[in-house]
Design a protein around this ligand. Structure first.
Ligand code: DHE
Length: 534
């Protein structure tokens, strides 16, 4: 029972409060002196069976400061004490006394003495093949428009729902790994969907057969994944170890591990990875060094691909020592500043990047590797949620801001900010659809986090503010394939998925869900619809 309870401890520990953005500041009060050997013993007895030797995670998440940075220590104490509803985490209040719980919490927020390595051998050894893909039917085992399906991630109990986007009926509800983050990625035909958990687990789900077919642990602490346009490769961006891992998308076997080290030998966490479809390459955002990477994934080998678009490929190839047939070579783009949140123009020629602690965005031309513009971005934009649309005679890009209540709208020709649309608080996500006159954005932070704004794309004005479930955080919308309906999350343990008519803005239906977060329409994602995150 104790062992079981250990598993659940950290499962719930890591369940992230949407407001728990920074690690706890140490309180001014004197901290209790912690006997680490005692805490270690407690960990071994109560936690290790689920959270792994050296706190590296097993069924439960890794318990390292790197993974827990956004989880308040006070909350960790409460979770161990009382357990957490809707998870396997029991209450330890009767098993451990106050000071034991406090020392356990101190311990898990202390850097590990273990070497935080996760090698190719570890990746290979972690592989789980739940089903033999070759024995599963190649046609969908249910009736539905396969292009208008949704995956809805339910963070509350670490599940996902497969939803019919015409009838809004559940086709499946399945367990995911703990604490998924970033958008799941679909194979180009929409049959498979890949998930990444913050603890490095990558899962492949076969939509046609409604089965998780294989899983692998690519790292200890992961950011997100991207899939190549041909559907052959996945790239996993990691904080721990500091690297990217390329996987075979078919069976999730690892192909290459590339350490995130700049040309001077400095190591860096990987903030995020992206696919750049017209370039046939992955783009890698590095958090701690002033470089952006481009990694072509063509089977032809790197240099052959670079010939297509790198202006100076011969000199670059020589300088970097690329071999003609080398697969996944790294093309380094030096930047003036740290850039760790990206957006791309529709042709994937220019990258717009910001650093979380900076007030400027930079526009980098990926072909020439040159910075071509700076953008005044003051509110900490969440570029990953940005979208584009046609406004008057130009293409504009709009992004919510994590620190200020405004939507920043940028002209994509001259990179000037053309409008800041005031909102009722900082936001996180934004969405639209080519067939819709509206763009939707949430107010994720602050007292008005139960509101969502509907913006008229032709006037850049808010035309309606909705409060779908007063008092509960409303966040993240996604449109159906045809843009006629909008699905919105009430981000709460007693949450809901609410479907709106995208034109009348009236509610069509509501469905209870456990803290639904992102939702992803197959067609919008695989066609790189302009109003949707990529
Ligand atoms: Fe995310 C996407 C980074 C915190 C939910 N988030 C992304 C992406 C990046 C990113 C780079 C795009 C990658 C992709 O989709 O493949 N997120 C960050 C952060 O740096 C930040 C601020 C801090 C952190 O510790 O990671 C952060 N994100 C959060 C949350 O707290 C959220 C709200 C809850 C959670 O799940 O942890 C959250 N992020 C999401 C979601 C997406 C996402 C649901 C996918 C959005 C989409 O529509 O595609």
């Amino acid at each position: 029972l104790i062992a079981r309870s250990v598993l659940t401890i950290l499962l719930s520990l890591c369940t992230l409060s949407s407001h728990a953005y920074s690690a706890d500041k140490l309180s001014n009060k004197a901290k209790p002196v912690v006997d680490h050997s005692k805490a270690e013993k407690l960990y071994e007895v109560h936690c290790q069976s689920c959270h792994g030797v050296d706190r590296l995670g097993a069924m439960g998440p890794a318990l390292l400061p790197e993974n827990l940075a956004r989880f308040r220590q006070k909350k960790a104490i409460k979770v161990i004490n009382k357990g957490r509803a809707a998870t396997q985490m029991p209450a330890f209040g009767q098993v451990l006394n106050k000071s034991e719980i406090a020392s356990l919490v101190e311990y898990i927020y202390t850097p590990s003495k273990a070497s935080l390595k996760w090698t190719m051998a570890d990746i290979n050894a972690s592989k789980v093949q739940h089903f033999d893909q070759s024995k599963l039917p190649n046609t969908a085992q249910f009736e539905a428009d396969l292009m208008n399906l949704f995956i809805v991630v339910e963070l509350g109990d670490h599940s996902a729902t497969l939803l019919n986007g015409d009838t809004f009926e559940r086709l499946d509800r399945f367990k995911t790994r703990f604490a998924l983050h970033g958008g799941p990625k679909y194979s180009p035909d929409g049959r498979f969907v890949y998930f990444a958990s913050r603890d490095g687990w990558i899962s492949k789900y076969d939509i046609y057969n409604r089965k998780t077919v294989s899983e692998v642990r690519a790292a200890i602490n992961t950011r997100n994944i991207a899939i190549s346009s041909d559907g052959k490769y996945l790239i996993v961006g990691n904080y721990l170890p500091q690297n990217v891992v390329i996987l075979n998308a078919d069976d999730l076997s690892p192909i290459k591990v590339i350490d995130a080290v700049d040309s001077e030998g400095n190591s860096s966490r990987v903030s995020a990875v992206y696919n750049a479809p017209p370039r046939y390459s992955f783009i890698v955002a590095l958090k701690d060094v002033k470089e952006v990477w481009e990694i072509p994934y063509s089977d032809k080998g790197g240099v052959e691909v670079y010939k297509g678009w790198a202006h100076d490929y011969k000199n670059e190839a020589k300088a970097e020592g690329w071999k003609v047939q080398e697969q996944f070579p790294v093309r380094r783009i030096k930047t003036d500043d740290y850039l760790n949140d990206f957006f791309f123009d529709p042709d994937y020629i220019n990258l717009i990047g910001t650093a979380r602690n900076n007030h400027n965005g930079q526009v980098i031309n990926l072909d020439t590797k040159k910075k071509i513009a700076s953008i005044a971005l003051t509110g900490m934009p969440h570029l990953g949620s940005g979208i584009t649309w046609h406004y008057k005679d130009k293409e504009v890009f709009a992004s919510p801001n994590i620190k200020e209540g405004k939507i920043t709208v940028i002209d994509m020709e001259d990179w000037n900010v053309i409008k800041e649309i005031k909102t009722e608080g900082p936001g996180f996500f934004m969405r639209s659809h080519s067939n819709s006159p509206y763009a939707w954005t949430d107010v994720f932070f602050g007292p008005n986090n139960d509101k969502v704004h509907v913006i008229d794309k032709s006037t850049l004005k808010i035309v309606k503010t909705l409060a779908p479930s007063p008092g509960k955080n409303a966040a993240h919308v996604e449109f159906t394939k045809d843009g006629k309906y909008v699905l919105l999350s009430v981000w709460d343990m007693d949450g809901e998925l609410i479907v709106y008519d995208a034109n009348t803005l009236e509610i069509v239906t509501r469905m209870p869900m456990k803290k639904p977060s992102g939702k992803y329409n197959v067609f919008n994602k695989i066609s790189y619809e302009k109003g949707t995150s990529h």
